[in-house]
Design a protein around this ligand. Structure first.
Ligand code: DC
Length: 220
């Protein structure tokens, strides 16, 4: 029997399907879903829009309000920016923004404040945001599967995008995620690995639901 809010942390590299699984799991369990990457992306979109250099972020941090609306869409200062934050321009800059300690501090505090059962995906959820999460997953998939997934997703917005551009962006973000000084991506020692290279979305969901039952006796 688990008392109090349940925290489920899903970490891993870019384009390993974390958000898709986290969203489906939250829906199944009736928990809140938080895409922490969207929060870093929203801050990045603010900087792009206002032509603010990375070394000036701290001066404007108090002017940036990132949250989620009733439909759990990401909002920047009250405006839904779901589409804007997925642009390549944002993907290219977000790693630099996510390196800044003051940005991480602001967003981590906000993430820790969601005082209810939540499924949260990101890079540092099991290690920094919720080190005591009742369930921690670390998702991986083969590099080529990840490139293809991201390519398909991006092609819907930008038909001129090439596989090479997508591959280069993923490699760059993997490197930056693992090597930044503050809260780098690393697997929590008590995380369970899920390699979903050859699993459908439904298979992944069922796998986690089984794990929840085994580990925490939670059933839906
Ligand atoms: O999950 P995503 O690709 O949308 O995340 C965008 C970027 O934000 C990613 O390159 C790394 C960063 N990020 C982070 O540093 N910490 C998190 N908890 C989530 C994302």
């Amino acid at each position: 029997m688990v008392l109090g809010p349940i925290h489920i942390a899903i970490d891993g590299y870019s384009s390993t399907g974390k958000s898709t699984l986290a969203k489906a799991l939250a829906k199944e369990l009736g928990y809140l879903y938080i895409d922490s990457g969207a929060m870093y992306r929203a801050v990045t979109w603010y900087l792009i829009q206002h032509h603010i250099a990375i070394d000036q972020i701290e001066e404007v941090l108090d002017d940036i309000r990132v949250d989620f609306d009733q439909l759990q869409r990401i909002c920047l200062n009250g405006e839904v920016v779901e589409k804007e934050i997925r642009q390549m321009e944002v993907s290219e800059k977000v790693s630099e923004v996510a390196k800044v300690a003051a940005v991480r501090k602001k967003l981590v505090e906000q993430q820790q404040g969601f005082n209810q059962s939540v499924v949260m995906d990101g890079r540092d959820i099991g290690t920094v945001v919720f080190p005591s999460a009742q369930l921690k997953l670390f998702m991986t998939a083969s590099p080529e599967v990840r490139v293809q997934r991201r390519y398909k997703e991006l092609q819907q917005q930008l038909s001129s995008i090439t596989l090479e551009q997508v591959r280069a962006n993923l490699q760059m973000r993997d490197y930056e995620d693992e090597h930044r000084e503050v809260d780098p991506l690393k697997m929590a020692s008590d995380a369970v690995v899920l390699d979903n290279s050859n699993l459908s979305q439904e298979e992944q969901l069922q796998w986690v639901l089984r794990l929840l039952q085994e580990k925490l006796n939670i059933t839906v």
